[in-house]
Design a protein around this ligand. Structure first.
Ligand code: NAD
Length: 244
């Protein structure tokens, strides 16, 4: 029997990219998985999809309550939904700042707040937030996105401290540039997407992007009972981008 059999997991942003790979991996390892997404129509059985916008508190509360009722509780919460933003501090107006912080930071706050009563009732409670190397790397042209992920990093540490005595572990993964529809969309905007992709690969220490499955494997580990003594860490999955 897999060590995740019977665990009940909720993955936000689980209809695409890293979230989708994570939901599928948790399900393959025996967890019962619910996906919360703006558009969960592509979520396949046996996973269950719930439509919600993490920037809308009432939709989050309804979706988390419905998922918890259908799963019979929540042991694992993966706060993965997020959006990007390019530019320096001169390029994004206040509305863009509010929007990205609302989704990337407050989205985690809202979903966790709604899930906490269920996590407290679990014997294997774990929260994993999808952060980014942008939290600490000082990336150019990513002021707003980096600030949002810096907040996710600090929030992860604070939540770990707040809930450790309740038996709830909180960690984050910090992916480098990862092969997902998000990156495909960015590359498609380039004048020559193929050469832009080649240049992006060449900038990576391993000569290639991280895969969504590799990030999912790190999330699944942090969420698993094998990581029972690990809380308050940021696990980089970045092909050596920051360490080398
Ligand atoms: P993606 O665009 O492929 O998937 C994101 C998913 O989140 C989509 O299904 C989307 O519908 C959902 N979503 C977006 N806004 C939402 C909202 N308000 N409410 C509910 N769901 C919402 O993106 P991805 O590349 O898989 O990114 C997932 C996470 O990984 C994000 O938090 C992102 O910041 C982080 N990340 C991505 C990379 C990368 O290079 N792809 C690197 C580091 C971190």
């Amino acid at each position: 029997m897999s060590e995740m059999s019977g665990l009940r997991a909720l993955v936000t942003g689980g209809a695409s990219g890293i979230g989708r790979a994570t939901a599928e991996l948790l399900a393959a390892r025996g967890a019962n998985v619910a996906v919360l997404d703006l558009d969960p129509s592509s979520v396949d059985k046996p996973m269950r999809g719930y439509a919600a916008d993490v920037s809308d508190d009432s939709s989050v509360r309804s979706a988390v309550a419905a998922a918890a009722a259908d799963l019979g509780g929540i042991d694992i919460l993966v706060n993965n939904a997020g959006i990007g933003a390019a530019g320096t501090v001169e390029d994004n107006d206040d509305a863009q700042w509010h929007r990205v912080l609302d989704v990337n930071v407050l989205g985690i706050v809202r979903t966790t707040r709604a899930a906490l009563p269920h996590l407290r009732a679990s014997a294997h409670a774990a929260v994993v937030n999808t952060c980014s190397i942008a939290a600490t790397a000082g990336l150019p042209q990513r002021a707003l996105y980096s600030a949002s992920k810096g907040a996710v990093h600090s929030l992860t540490l604070a939540m770990a401290a707040d809930h450790v005595r309740e038996g709830i572990r909180v960690n984050c993964v910090n992916p480098g540039t990862t092969e997902t529809p998000w990156v495909d969309r960015l590359l498609d905007q380039a004048a020559d997407p193929a050469s832009e992709r080649a240049a992006l690969n060449a900038r990576q220490p391993m000569g290639r992007l991280v895969t969504a499955h590799e990030v999912a494997a790190a999330v699944a580990y942090l969420a698993s009972p094998a990581a029972a003594s690990i809380t308050g860490i940021a696990l980089a999955v970045d092909g050596g981008m920051q360490g080398l």
